[in-house]
Design a protein around this ligand. Structure first.
Ligand SMILES: [Cu+2]
Length: 159
C-alpha cells in the first residue's frame, strides 16, 4: 500500500518518475518498518521540487540586467557630466549628443570609440560593460578645436 501511494504522488512530476522510483523502493521499505510512510512522501516531494526547480532554471536563464542609461552632452571643450559614478556589474548605455560641432567619445584602454554627430543631427548610443571596478578616462576622439586635448572626463566604477 505504501509503495502505491508513493508512486501515485510521484507521477505528478512526470520527468522524474523513472529515477525516483529506483530510489523510492528501498526507502519506502525502510520507513514502513518504522511506520512513518508520510515522512517519505513529504521528503520525496521536497526533493522533486528542488530538482524540477533546477530544470526550470536551466530552461529559462535569467534575463541580463537592463543597461544603466547615462546621458552625456559634448560641447567645445567639455563633456557634461565630466565625472560619472556607477556601480560595477551593470552594463552602461551612453547616449551621446553634441551641443555644437561633431565630437568623438573614446574610453581609453577599451574598444569604445564612437562619433557624436553635430548638434541637431541625432544621438549616438554605445553600450559598455566595465570589466572591473576602477577609474576609466574618456575623451573626445575627433579634433574639434584648440581645446580638444582637454576634452575629457572620468568614469568611476565602484564595487
Ligand atoms: Cu574634440
Amino acid at each position: 500500500m505504501t509503495i502505491m501511494t508513493g508512486t501515485s504522488m510521484m507521477s505528478k512530476t512526470k520527468p522524474m518518475t523513472t529515477p525516483m522510483m529506483k530510489d523510492s523502493t528501498p526507502m519506502t521499505t525502510t520507513l514502513r518498518r518504522h511506520g512513518r510512510p508520510v515522512l517519505v512522501s513529504v521528503s520525496l516531494i521536497a526533493w522533486a521540487a528542488v530538482v524540477s526547480g533546477r530544470f526550470d532554471a536551466q530552461q529559462a536563464p535569467p534575463a541580463p540586467p537592463a543597461p544603466h542609461v547615462i546621458d552625456v552632452s559634448a560641447e567645445r571643450f567639455a563633456f557634461t557630466p565630466s565625472e560619472i559614478k556607477v556601480k560595477a556589474g551593470t552594463p552602461l548605455e551612453f547616449r551621446l549628443r553634441s551641443d555644437d560641432t561633431s565630437h568623438g567619445f573614446r574610453i581609453l584602454d577599451t574598444s569604445v570609440n564612437v562619433r557624436i554627430p553635430k548638434r541637431g543631427k541625432g544621438v549616438t548610443t554605445v553600450v559598455f560593460e566595465p570589466p572591473k571596478p576602477g577609474r576609466y578616462t574618456f575623451e573626445c576622439s575627433k579634433l574639434c578645436g584648440a581645446g580638444h586635448s582637454f576634452m575629457r572626463g572620468t568614469l568611476i566604477v565602484t564595487e
